[in-house]
Write a protein that binds this ligand. Structure first.
Ligand code: ATP
Ligand code: MG
Length: 414
């Protein structure tokens, strides 16, 4: 495959000096000392050519000695280096509050569709052949002497200019159907079109249900990435339009998904809210690798309709409190955005006010009033909190008076 190698700063579109050029030159020198060439690869090169800022995480590919390079960089930056021998890659961190990922340039062989590939060391041109899209199959040489040469064997720069997402070969999506999620994510994030041939390949793969062969772990990883993007709504719209989740899980998304997501993204929710909301709608099974908190939160959102009616009919704040208290905080944050009308109001009331209210009468105080610890204890404390929630008692003195009355009643009952 012919590779076009132009020297910086003649490359149209590349800023001069490069963002973080000082750091890149330093990295190149250190890698050279370890006996290898060094390349900035993938996303950072794409983003640089688009004039976007370089993130704090830098991907460097080296043709030889990745472990030695990693150790040398860690020494230079006073950072830690963790190497994964199986993946021929490692991470140096922290570096300028970010990290540097070092990977051996490699070829990948897919033994079967949708399973992880077998990996073997190779040169940079082979390393670019295994990549997902032409716009991500770019490398910038940062070795001293050839610093700034762009390696672009698949016309990635042309596709960047034409704003197109294109796979490198027809089997790309079958080899790795996670690339379908990635195509949608990059197309929406960058405002690019998916090339018509690539779109046909993608749709055929979806129709043939190849994505169903992916492990739930890999599908969820992609969904989590989508959920953490600012344009998550538009990305999920595309995912549903292409029936990608149907292809993965044989699952029909409920109509409420997009309106709920829209309400979520237009409110100041937590970073993982969109993902938890999505989990609450997906057919989550025991095989799904999610944390206990994510599972419990997703289940609470899914089961919310069972309490919605009672919640909207509740007249007393203490009823709202009792219904919502068992729900974990991440579920409440999601529901405070995705619900509408009275239900949303009730959830907000709980988050903003009711959940913060505490009775000023403590257990120790009740003991001093003569109540012995036991089941009655809990009941008295609950009654006190209820009275405070419903504003039947307004001052600490009123609370104390009520506590005395309740303890007395208990004692009289024996
Ligand atoms: P982002 O800005 O989201 O980090 P990125 O292009 O850097 O975008 P990464 O997921 O960080 O994407 O991956 C780094 C590079 O590794 C990609 O640019 C691409 O070249 C390659 N890559 C990642 N995932 C795949 C995949 N599933 N198949 C082929 N190549 C991939
Ligand atoms: Mg990246």
């Amino acid at each position: 495959m012919a590779s076009s190698r132009d020297s910086h700063p003649t490359i149209p579109g590349l800023p001069s000096p490069l963002p973080s050029e000082h750091l890149l030159r330093l990295l190149g020198r250190i890698v050279r000392e370890s006996g290898s060439r060094a390349f900035l690869v993938g996303g950072p090169v794409r983003d640089m050519l688009l004039g976007l800022p370089l993130g704090t995480d830098i991907d460097i590919a080296v043709e030889r000695n990745p472990a030695q390079v990693g150790r040398a960089l860690a020494r230079r930056f006073g950072a830690e280096f963790v190497f994964h021998r199986r993946f021929l890659s490692g991470t140096v961190s922290p570096v300028d509050s970010g990290r540097i990922d070092i990977s051996q340039t490699r070829t990948e062989i897919y033994p079967r569709p949708a399973v992880l590939p077998e990996v073997k060391p190779a040169n940079v041109d082979d390393d670019l052949v295994r990549r997902d899209f032409t716009v991500n199959a770019l490398a910038l040489d940062i070795t001293p002497g050839t610093f700034g040469s762009l390696i672009d064997p698949h016309s990635g720069r042309l596709d960047l200019a034409r704003r197109i997402i294109r796979v490198l070969h027809p089997d790309s999506f079958t080899d790795d159907p996670t690339r379908i999620f990635r195509a949608i994510r990059f197309a929406v994030r960058l405002g690019f079109e998916i090339d018509p041939d690539t779109l046909s390949l993608m749709r055929r793969c979806i129709r043939d249900r190849v994505p169903a062969r992916l492990s739930p772990e890999r599908i969820l990883y992609e969904l989590r990435l989508i959920c953490s993007e600012p344009l998550v709504l538009q990305m999920m719209e595309a995912v549903l339009k292409e029936r990608l989740l149907h292809s993965c899980f044989d699952w029909q998304a409920p109509r409420s998904l997009l309106p709920g997501l829209q309400r979520l993204v237009s409110s100041p929710a937590q970073p993982d809210s969109a993902y938890i909301y999505l989990l609450s709608l997906l057919p989550v099974t025991r095989r799904f690798p999610i944390t206990k908190l994510e599972r419990v939160a997703a289940e609470a959102i899914r089961d919310f309709p069972a309490i919605r009616d009672r919640l909207t009919r509740a007249r007393r704040p203490s009823t709202v409190y009792r219904l919502l208290k068992p729900l974990p905080a991440p579920a409440l944050v999601v529901l405070s955005c995705t619900e509408t009308g009275k239900a949303r109001k009730a959830v907000r009331l709980y988050i903003d006010r009711l959940s913060r209210i505490r009775s000023s009468v403590t257990g120790a105080r009740l003991q001093r009033l003569g109540l012995r610890p036991g089941p009655a204890f809990r009941r008295v404390l609950d009654r006190l909190l209820e009275a405070k929630l419903d504003r039947k008692v307004k001052t600490a003195a009123e609370e104390m008076a009520l506590a005395r009355r309740l303890v007395k009643q208990r004692q009289e009952r024996g």
